[in-house]
Design a protein. Structure first.
Length: 208
């Protein structure tokens, strides 16, 4: 199953009575989880937002997130680790470094969050929260921070404020499967763009 990260989801389902009802139920549940953890409620914009996601793809390949998580796990455990891309045949989701992050350290929202469901909310908090729709609720700010830390390991240049220029975004977006790290780079770019937009426009990032 592929992963589609979605922004401005309430506006997307506004004309679908059933879909909107389901979303509002999810939003109520999200706010209950936030309040139970001493965090402010989230008010999701109902209007169509004006934003640009600087990558043409709108979903991730079935395994791409796992390749990115493998990189994150190794970097967290050894910042000097040299990125060595693998193929799907190597089953990166079984990497022991990921297991250690999931079971021992539990410090990465990129790794801890569910693969294909749940939300990231534009509120800064340290740990993934549970009992939310899709079982897990992450922080868009924390996801964005993790992705910024990974940029140098993928050869992506950010400015001194952690921003990605249009030229650099489109350069990464043109990555092809001739690059051994194409899965990680394209997964990074789509998630970076969605997390950035979530923070800038104070809108949920939904995993579907």
């Amino acid at each position: 199953m592929s992963l589609a990260p979605l922004i401005n989801y309430r506006a997307m389902v506004a004309e679908d009575d059933e879909g909107l009802a389901w979303f509002l139920e999810d939003l109520d549940a999200i706010n209950r989880v936030l309040e139970d953890n001493g965090l402010p409620r989230h008010e999701e914009p109902a209007e169509v937002l004006d934003y640009t996601i600087r990558v043409e793809m709108n979903h991730l390949g079935t395994t791409w997130l796992h390749h990115l998580r493998r990189l994150q796990a190794h970097v967290l455990q050894d910042p000097a680790w040299k990125h060595t891309p693998v193929t799907d045949d190597d089953e990166p989701w079984k990497d022991e470094a990921i297991d250690r992050e999931l079971c021992v350290y539990m410090r990465s929202q990129l790794i801890q969050h569910a693969d294909t469901e749940g939300f990231y909310v534009p509120i800064d908090f340290e740990e993934v929260l549970y009992d939310a729709p899709g079982e897990m609720l992450g922080s868009s700010q924390r996801l964005l921070a993790e992705l910024r830390q990974l940029a140098p390991y993928l050869g992506v240049t950010l400015d001194e404020h952690g921003a990605l220029s249009d030229a650099e975004a489109w350069r990464v977006a043109r990555t092809t499967d001739e690059d051994p790290a194409f899965r990680e780079k394209l997964a990074w770019l789509l998630l970076f763009e969605c997390a950035r937009t979530s923070v800038e426009h104070e809108t949920l990032l939904a995993f579907r």
